[in-house]
Write a protein that binds this ligand. Sequence first.
Ligand SMILES: C[S@@+](CC[C@H](N)C(=O)[O-])C[C@H]1O[C@@H](n2cnc3c(N)ncnc32)[C@H](O)[C@@H]1O
Length: 238
Amino acid sequence: MSDRDADPDATATGASSSGVATAQEFYSRWARVYDALATYGPGVSTLRERTAAALDLAPGDTVVEMGCGTGANFAYLRERVGSSGTVVGLDFSPGMLAVARERVAREGWANVHVARADATRPPVRGADAVVASFVSGMLADPAAAVDDWADLVGPGGHLALLDLARSTRPEARPLNALFHGLVLAGMPSKRPADLSAATELLDRRVVAAQNALRGRCDDATYSTHALGFARLGAGTVR
Ligand SMILES: C[S@@+](CC[C@H](N)C(=O)[O-])C[C@H]1O[C@@H](n2cnc3c(N)ncnc32)[C@H](O)[C@@H]1O
């Protein structure tokens, strides 16, 4: 796996090509703003730390991050695989990858590689672990993607999924309206038909991804954080 683009014309399985193009354009345009939020947003570093810890990585491991965006997880993953391990970040948005590449160059990480690719068709043969954070909600068929990622790591490999969805905690329910607003602001498509169902669709996709992970891992763990808005699932593939 080199850090050159693996599949520049990547299209997400099951997603319309115009939807994919809209998402890539949106994330490319907002990459720097996204990076600031993804790196310094309140509580985000704790979530990333927990997600990396849930992967149960050992020094020398190879971990693939699907939809790595600007590489905000890289430091946490690299810390666990050490200088003898490898971190591979895949994403389909050129602007996000440009920021990720800047991050890797700035830090001088020789063992972190990024490539442009469709996370639902990753050009990677094997890995010890796969992680995806804030990505399940963007996939047309997240359960199928998680299944493929489980196949990629194989028995004994680790998976971790971190996502945001509406909170089911009674004390946080009043904040779901605010969350809905944030989801709309972060939606690549502003078509009324897409916006009206956005939060429900996000919830459904996140649940589907977590269920798929549970279906492949006997020791799956699941926890919610940030008042129940963040959902973290992880496990070892059987
Ligand atoms: C909300 S951002 C999350 C970025 C990063 N994982 C993080 O934790 O900050 C979602 C990212 O997923 C990428 N993405 C969504 N669907 C993808 C797909 N099918 N293949 C590759 N990247 C995808 C987008 O380009 C975007 O960079």
